[in-house]
Ligand binder design. Structure first.
Ligand SMILES: [Mg+2]
Length: 500
């Protein structure tokens, strides 16, 4: 069946998360987690669902951009698209007039991500597989081709990515005959048995949020019984901080901006008991307060668990070096987004300065495209690659970055959270582990424990682990009832706010 695409609809779906300052950080004080939500209809009745993530205002601009791309999609068959996926990617990103809006960056690229995510979802549904399995099977059946991932990243050129390609095609991922690491198929079985180790900390009742990272357990004798370990942070606003104080929790954090707060001891203890090993803290507004909070959290989690800090682009380069150096005593694994996401050489300068302190640089959630990732890698400007499923050009571009990161032996630790990002990115990190990196060392992913209830196939967390998605598709179908209620501005949720 050809699955001809006969219609594309896109809707502006917003969740009023700013009311409780969920997701706020040093630079984004009042985000309403939102999505430009795309549905593709086909002539056989099968649908594809996709989205890109935004912070509220401006989602209508992304919706306009998706509508501008719709004419390039409607009328094509799925078979036509995937038989030359690279060509289709080029078609979307290289329209003679619309590429001026990017190219491959900003609103038009967010729109591209939403459309392509829907196409990938459609493809996986047509094959009756979750997306990660579709990709893995392509490798297993030697169908994985450069024509699948995005062009122009020098993957086939001077970066010797033929080696990567050969590796991924082989499905063996063994460096030598003495390499006893599991094969691709063995890793798949391991993954299916047990995946991410997930941890979250909750704070007050009115604000409960987590940002979670994944890392690896110390390898045991079987080496790959280790699993992805996640951490999260609690982040909240001033009101919640005061609420925590009133409840007798640890001292709240009083910021000019809404930054991380310290989880209450009970929540923290629960998290540690549940196996959490890594914790991330927002920093960047007040150095003295950052030192105080980071010391407290280090004290709570002990010396053997991992602490990371995230500045959300708050500093200039010199300021970043100075600030993070003063936090070195708490031994953070990384500083995330220390400065402007566009400042590649600035990141390199920061990374070089902090290396002697054992602190790496992590970035990528606002990295425009694979070309910037290439330069970040070439400049040794980051030690952790944080791909984003909705900012890059969908799976196509993320595959290119996974391969480049593997070439440079830099761990991929996807950005997630928001709305739908966890649902999407779990497929990519699964594929990365099974078919590309074959490595769990220092690998992390993020997780936020809210808004999953709006998805038809939300992430499944079991015993502090992500479980592999089993349903066909890319896990980005939202419940129609949720979409209707949250559609901006006519949904009931927003009408209610307008009437207040
Ligand atoms: Mg971040």
């Amino acid at each position: 069946m050809l699955h001809k695409i006969i219609n594309l609809t896109v809707r502006d779906v917003r969740f009023p998360t700013s009311l409780e300052q969920h997701g706020s950080d040093a630079m984004h004080s009042d985000p309403d987690y939102s999505a430009a939500y795309v549905v593709l209809d086909t002539d056989c009745g099968l649908k594809g669902f996709g989205l890109t993530f935004t912070l509220g205002k401006g989602t209508e601009i992304v919706v306009c951009a998706v509508k501008a791309l719709a004419g390039l999609v409607v009328g094509k068959s799925l078979q036509e698209i995937v038989s030359n996926f690279r060509g289709f990617y080029r078609l979307l990103t290289s329209d003679g007039q619309m590429r001026w809006l990017g190219p491959e960056k900003g609103v038009i690229h967010l729109a591209t991500a939403a459309v392509l995510n829907a196409v990938w979802d459609l493809w996986a549904r047509a094959e009756g597989k979750p997306l990660w399995k579709l990709l893995v099977d392509m490798v297993s059946h030697r169908l994985f081709r450069p024509s699948i991932y995005a062009p122009g990243s020098d993957l086939e050129g001077n970066m010797s990515s033929r080696m990567c390609q050969s590796r991924i095609q082989s499905g063996l991922c063994r460096a030598s005959t003495s390499d006893t690491s599991p094969t691709c198929s063995q890793r798949m079985k391991l993954w299916v048995r047990q995946l991410y180790d997930v941890q979250y900390t909750s704070s007050t009742v009115q604000e409960k949020k987590s940002l979670l990272s994944v890392g690896s357990e110390p390898a045991d004798s079987s080496c790959f019984s280790s699993i992805f370990r996640h951490t999260c942070e609690s982040a909240g606003g001033q009101a919640a901080e005061r609420g925590s104080d009133a409840e007798g929790g640890l001292p709240g954090v009083h910021h000019l901006l809404c930054l991380a707060r310290i989880p209450r001891p009970a929540a923290q203890t629960d998290a540690l008991k549940s196996g959490w090993t890594k914790f991330k803290v927002k920093v960047g507004a007040d150095l003295e307060d950052d030192v105080r909070r980071c010391r407290l959290i280090r004290q709570m989690i002990g010396p053997n668990n991992t602490l990371m800090i995230d500045a959300n682009q708050r500093w200039d380069v010199d300021e970043a070096i100075s600030w993070v150096s003063k936090l070195a005593e708490v031994k953070p694994l990384w500083i995330e987004e220390p400065t402007s996401p566009d400042d590649i050489l600035g990141h390199a300068t920061i990374a070089k300065a902090l290396a002697p302190l054992g602190i790496g640089v992590a970035t990528g959630e606002q990295c425009h495209n694979r070309v910037m990732f290439k330069q970040l890698l070439q400049a040794s400007a980051l030690q952790f690659v944080q791909i984003d499923s909705c900012r890059l050009g969908s799976v196509n571009e993320n595959l290119a970055v996974l391969l480049m990161a593997h070439k440079f032996q830099v761990p991929v630790c996807p950005h997630a959270g928001g709305v739908g990002l966890c649902e999407l990115v779990q497929h990519l990190i699964l594929f990365d582990y099974i078919c590309v990196s074959a490595n769990l060392s220092n690998r992390m992913c993020e997780y936020v424990d809210h808004l999953h209830e709006h998805f038809a196939n939300p992430v499944v967390i079991q015993d502090a682990h992500y479980m592999p998605p089993k349903d066909p598709g890319y896990s980005c179908e939202m419940l129609e009832s949720s979409v209707k209620r949250h559609q901006f501005p006519e949904g009931d949720v927003w009408k209610l706010h307008q009437n207040k």
